[in-house]
Design a protein around this ligand. Structure first.
Ligand code: 6PG
Length: 266
């Protein structure tokens, strides 16, 4: 049964325009949440696509206008490498943005994925998120929604691989059945290694979830994820359906080339 696409899809001419529009989205939401609740909590994705956006945010007009001291940075997933390793998602974000803007180091919560015991790394990050979010939620309980043990990010950025994976939720892996765990260590056979990743439940508890996709190699999987039948074990990105939040797909024309014309060009 073909499924109704989840979320809104915005199509941009190319990766450059995608980077600029996503940087503006980040800045707008940061202002909105800092004014509204005094802070902005964001989980960054890894991979290559977000780098251009992060680089733009480290320069004018964003560097002097974004409320950096009230922004708290987290990650959606991490490779099991040290933070200075070339494959580290933390390193990419640090070099592209965090080392260039006045974010207090205490506001940066990277995944301790260098821990030789991936399970321990996942548990540690889950404890960090629980301390930061659930403790706070108890203290400032405003929303009607019953208290959840899950962190509620203001914004989660996601990418999608050519195999339809997102964060480190890969096809046919145990993390897809993680239930309401917060963070898990996920063994990824094709890489013969573990990844540390937020679960779909945690991502779906966010106020805003935004996918950033660019390039030809994303066209087939995007068509299947948005317009194909619901097969989350094959296309884990289909698991992303925020329970009480917004879902936005920001994609360039190359990635959107196979989509039906029900999706809008920005
Ligand atoms: C990672 C990511 C992963 C990424 C996709 C897309 O650690 O690799 O979090 O989910 O977002 O693989 O990667 P690209 O942006 O490089 O296409």
């Amino acid at each position: 049964m073909l499924q109704k696409p989840a979320g809104q899809v915005r199509i941009y001419r190319n990766a450059e325009e995608l980077a600029l529009k996503s940087a503006r989205l980040f800045a707008r939401l940061a202002d909105q949440y800092v004014v509204g609740s005094g802070r902005f909590t964001v989980a960054l994705s890894g991979g290559s696509t977000p780098k251009a956006m992060l680089t733009l945010l480290s320069a004018d007009p964003f560097v002097d206008t974004v409320p950096w001291s009230s922004i708290y940075f987290f990650w959606g997933d991490e490779r099991c490498v040290p933070p200075d390793h070339a494959d580290s998602n933390y390193r990419m974000a640090s070099e592209a943005l965090l080392s260039k803007v006045p974010v207090p180091p205490a506001n940066v919560f990277r995944i301790p994925a260098e821990n030789p015991d991936p399970q321990r790394a996942a548990e540690e990050y889950a404890a960090t998120l629980t301390r930061f979010f659930v403790g706070e939620a108890r203290a400032t309980k405003t929303e009607t929604a019953p208290l959840s043990n899950l962190p509620r990010f203001d914004l989660v950025f996601l990418g999608m691989g050519p195999d339809g994976h997102t964060a480190s939720l890969f096809p046919h892996t145990t993390a897809l059945q993680a239930g309401d765990q917060i963070v898990v260590a996920n063994y990824v056979e094709k890489f013969n290694t573990y990844r540390i990743t937020l679960t779909a439940a945690t991502i779906n508890n966010a106020r805003n979830v935004t996918f950033l996709l660019a390039g030809e190699d994303k066209a087939e999987p995007l068509k299947c994820v948005l317009e194909g039948s619901y097969q989350p074990d094959l296309y884990p990105s289909q698991l992303i359906r925020p329970r009480n939040g917004s879902l936005l797909w920001m994609v360039d024309e190359a990635a959107a080339r196979l989509l039906g014309d029900q999706h809008s060009a920005e």
